[in-house]
Design a binder for this molecule. Structure first.
Ligand code: SF4
Length: 303
């Protein structure tokens, strides 16, 4: 099939011209309450009244956002139990000699308690110099836009390497990848954290007021990437930073002021099983983006 140009980007698959309306319909009809209860963001919402507490809870929840959502929420609840329900107090109590054994036995997939303890220490050190993580993000944005903001935040969370600073435990620095590093990671967990903090509309918190929601980048997890590819929002087969930029650019053409509003809907369409990721008329029948879906291209009943 010859590639075609769509929204300024060459793609092997072309959705219908009505895709923007289809995405808006998907967004309007989506059962947010059903899916929010499953989402790691539901762990952070109880902390929303205090910005620093919300940042701390959000960063822990986003760092643990690997694997299925039930396991993520279970691990976050375990973290709350181990810290006596006081995550901010846990951060404030860390010191260079009191982080490694703070969470004995805690483990979520490959993420260990000593790494979470070190993250708490890094947060304590950051809050000694900044009122909010937003200050770091905005500093980085001045140099290199959204990628620069992520890079600055990641640098500080990894640790400055300054003389006298505690050295991180094995594997810790890899928890905070950066878009400009050679691996060109999609940085899903950090873009998710920033989405929670910045977007003003439900289900997000809107606590960072100096970052324009129109500047956000999509947290590209496996579900979002699958559906974005099959709707022609990206031609890339690798889920890296270039795909993040491409999908975000396509969504900006739908809503320039709030392109990432579609992230929750696209992601939970996959998580919930609303999208079977295969051609199944009993499930795909009511799907509003079926006319745009690569799996239904040229099929009877696609539109
Ligand atoms: S048509 Fe089916 S496979 Fe395609 S996006 Fe919709 S639910 Fe998923």
């Amino acid at each position: 099939m010859a590639p075609v140009a769509w929204w300024g980007v060459t793609r092997p698959h072309r959705p219908t011209a009505e895709l923007p309306q289809h995405l808006e319909a998907l967004f309007r009809r989506f059962p947010f309450d059903r899916s929010l209860a499953q989402d790691p963001l539901s762990c952070v919402l109880p902390y929303a009244r205090d910005r620093q507490s919300a940042e701390i809870a959000g960063l822990f929840a986003a760092t643990l956002a690997v694997g299925n959502t039930t396991a993520i929420r279970r691990s976050f609840a375990e973290l709350e139990a181990l810290t006596g329900g006081d995550l901010r107090g846990f951060v404030e109590a860390r010191s260079d000699s009191r982080w490694a054994d703070a969470l004995p036995g805690f483990r979520h997939r490959w993420i260990r308690g000593d790494q979470i303890g070190f993250l708490a220490l890094r947060l304590k050190r950051i809050y000694e110099r900044h009122a909010s993580l937003e200050e770091l993000f905005v500093e980085g944005m001045r140099d290199d836009g959204f990628a620069g903001g992520l890079g600055r935040l990641s640098d500080e969370l990894r640790g400055t390497g300054a003389a006298g600073d505690a050295a991180p435990p094995p594997g810790y620095r890899a928890l905070f990848p950066q878009p400009r590093e050679p691996a060109h990671s999609a940085c899903k967990r950090m873009t998710l954290f920033v989405r929670w903090m910045v977007r003003r509309e439900r289900p997000d918190l809107g606590l960072w007021t100096h970052v324009d929601p129109g500047e956000l980048r999509i947290p590209l997890d496996q579900h979002t990437f699958w559906i974005a590819y099959h709707l022609g929002l990206t031609a890339r087969r690798t889920r890296g930073w270039s795909a993040v930029e491409e999908v975000t650019a396509a969504l900006k053409a739908v809503d320039g002021s709030d392109p990432i509003k579609f992230d929750f809907v696209l992601c939970h369409t996959g998580i919930s099983g609303d999208c079977p990721k295969e051609r199944d008329l009993t499930v795909c029948g009511p799907c509003v983006v079926r006319p745009d879906c690569l799996l239904w291209k040229g099929r009877r009943g696609a539109g």
